[in-house]
Design a protein around this ligand. Structure first.
Ligand code: GLV
Ligand code: GLV
Length: 320
């Protein structure tokens, strides 16, 4: 019997053709709706490999259900949705999709910096709603990005790729990270500073840190209070790194100027989410890596990792 691969979302046929040639492959048949938990559980019972999205909780129960399970190929660089410790204990490999998405995610992150600073979404809505009556000197005037200070929290490969873009805008680059990054310091002139100093000095605070128990609620009332009144906050990592109530209060009280958010504490958010009341919030539906090229590269990497594990070879991008 061929090994059984379950894919938790409908992916394009050409992206999984290689898997289909060699394995029995089943997919959850919807593109826009996550697989129900009980279906995930039931499919995992039969599976040698599962290819999952960040919307799936691959928890202890799921992992234990997978009696034959050898790999969880998570189609994201972040893997906070997977219980990696339990997987390790059960001898199940977990892979993610690093590097192939660095440039696309950095582009979107920097686009949020620009959009929030230059009020681009607000301005586009203004035109579409027919509010543009005349040119005027300070109409929708925002803040400059070039020659300002950017503070990157989480200087991994995406952080460094954002720093490269910032260097092109003649920005001063600060960063905070668990470990120092000498390459970013030498090549991009990035300066390592404490978290508090970064908050204090940055005009743009950009969050790219993974969600862990240490980073949950990292951006809270205290953090927003330390930031400049004119600061723009951008989050392109995971929602729960931010306390959204505190962010809302800080924006509303003018303790910071604007926010660009690609991620939220509980996704998806509806139109009644409090942050969406605020004109100075630019909200995106978690599309950091969402270019056609990059999403195909991520699917391909997941398929390769599965094929390697099922062929008893080393996966390309294991996390455990
Ligand atoms: C997206 O958020 C990812 O982790 O790839
Ligand atoms: C609450 O809204 C949180 O993000 O922690």
């Amino acid at each position: 019997m061929k090994p059984y691969v379950f894919i938790s979302r409908k992916l394009p046929e050409d992206a999984i053709a290689m898997l289909k040639e060699k394995y029995t492959v089943e997919m959850w048949d919807k593109e826009d709706v996550p697989v129900p938990y009980d279906v995930l559980l039931q499919e995992t019972r039969k599976a040698d490999a599962i290819l999952t999205m960040l919307s799936e909780p691959v928890n202890e129960e799921v992992l234990k259900a997978g009696e034959k399970l050898k790999i969880v190929a998570n189609m994201a660089v972040g893997y906070d949705n997977v219980d990696v410790e339990t997987a390790k204990r059960l001898g199940i490999t977990v892979t993610n999709t690093p590097d192939v998405l660095n440039d696309s995610t950095a582009d979107l992150t920097f686009a949020l910096v620009l959009a929030a600073a230059r009020r681009m979404v607000e301005a586009a809505e203004f035109v579409k709603e027919g509010n543009w009556k005349s040119w005027s000197p300070l109409l929708l005037a925002g803040q400059d990005v070039h020659h300002k200070t950017i503070g990157i929290v989480g200087m991994g490969n995406i952080g460094k790729t954002v720093a490269k873009r910032a260097a092109g805008f003649d920005m001063e680059i600060l960063y905070h990270n668990r470990s120092r990054k000498p390459d970013a310091e030498q090549e991009l002139g990035a300066q390592y500073v404490s978290f508090a100093e970064l908050l204090k000095r940055s005009d743009f605070v950009v969050c790219l840190t993974p969600l862990t128990e240490e980073t949950r609620d990292l951006f809270n009332r205290n953090a927003f209070r330390i930031m400049k009144d004119q600061a723009v906050f951008v989050n392109a990592s995971r929602g729960p790194v931010v306390n959204e109530n505190d962010l809302y209060e800080a924006l509303k009280a003018g303790e910071i100027a604007a926010a660009g958010l690609d991620v939220f504490a509980e996704e998806p958010i509806g139109a009644n989410h409090p942050l969406l009341e605020l004109k100075n919030v630019v909200a995106m539906p978690h599309i950091g890596s969402a270019s056609m090229e990059t999403r195909y590269a991520m699917m391909k990497l997941c398929a390769e990792n599965i094929d390697l594990i099922l062929s008893e070879e080393q996966p390309k991008t294991p996390v455990n």
